[in-house]
Design a protein around this ligand. Structure first.
Ligand code: PXP
Length: 239
């Protein structure tokens, strides 16, 4: 069965809307683990719009909880992540004006820097991942960079499906990249914009071992409760 990583950033978004303590992302991290999450994902953004330094530190110190910390290549954030010591890191592009992570990394342009950052985390035995677009050249570069994993950006596929547009070419790109990465010995993950329908479609790709899902889970929970929503995703991943 594929693993489900739950991104709890938007619990912090809700908390920050009031500038107080509720809902608490630390409680959310423990709770999602209890109801079936295989890991928790948090993104320590440069502008700290949701998860902050104290949240990240506290969440990473919860016992027996696997934490995937998303970070940009910003020097200060990289050092912060090295000091927090999450179980996993996922390097993502970051742009202060974006609403969410809009695409994968520009691997070609940032090769040298990424290689240096990856080796720092690997030395600390932290699993490394790169958030990439479904592009064959990028998968080849990812191998050169010696990353443990890649996470394929599924935002474009999700948008096509949500807007009832033809998505077969984008799906084929994701399948080809997943197969190539797996052949290179890179573990394949997928994330961004996923809901029940898109997860069901991608679940058929046997090379994908982990999904990281956030906004839809937190949004859907407003109506049906976190436990029911997570159970529904677990059921999809069982098939
Ligand atoms: N994976 C990565 C690398 C991300 O940057 C994000 C968004 O922060 C997600 C997964 C989760 O995306 P969504 O909130 O759209 O499910």
């Amino acid at each position: 069965m594929k693993r489900l990583g739950i991104n709890i950033d938007h619990v912090a978004t809700l908390r920050n809307a009031r500038g107080e303590f509720h809902p608490d992302p630390i409680y959310a991290a423990k709770f999602v683990k209890k109801i079936g999450a295989d890991s928790v994902t948090i993104h320590l953004r440069e502008d700290r719009r949701h998860i902050n330094d104290i949240d990240a530190k506290k969440i990473c110190s919860i016992k027996r909880l696997l934490v995937n910390l998303e970070i940009s290549t910003n020097k200060y954030i990289v050092n912060k992540a090295l000091s927090i010591k999450p179980d996993f890191i996922c390097i993502v592009p970051e742009n202060r004006k974006e609403i969410t992570t809009e695409g994968g990394l520009n691997l070609k342009k940032n090769k040298k820097n990424l290689k240096r950052i990856i080796s720092k985390f690997k030395k600390k035995k932290i699993r490394t991942s790169l958030f990439v677009n479904p592009n064959i050249n990028d998968i080849r570069i990812a191998r050169e960079l010696n990353t443990d994993c890649i996470e394929i950006h599924t935002g474009h596929l999700s948008n096509l499906i949500k807007h009832k547009k033809k998505y077969s070419n984008e799906l084929k790109r994701i399948i080809r990249c997943s197969i190539l990465a797996k052949n290179f010995g890179i573990e394949v993950h997928a994330g961004h914009g996923l809901d029940y329908k898109t997860t069901k479609i991608l679940n058929k790709i046997k090379e994908i071992e982990e999904f990281n899902i956030g906004h839809f889970i937190i949004g859907e929970s407003v109506f049906f409760g976190l436990q029911k929503v997570v159970q529904k995703f677990k059921k999809i991943l069982k098939n």
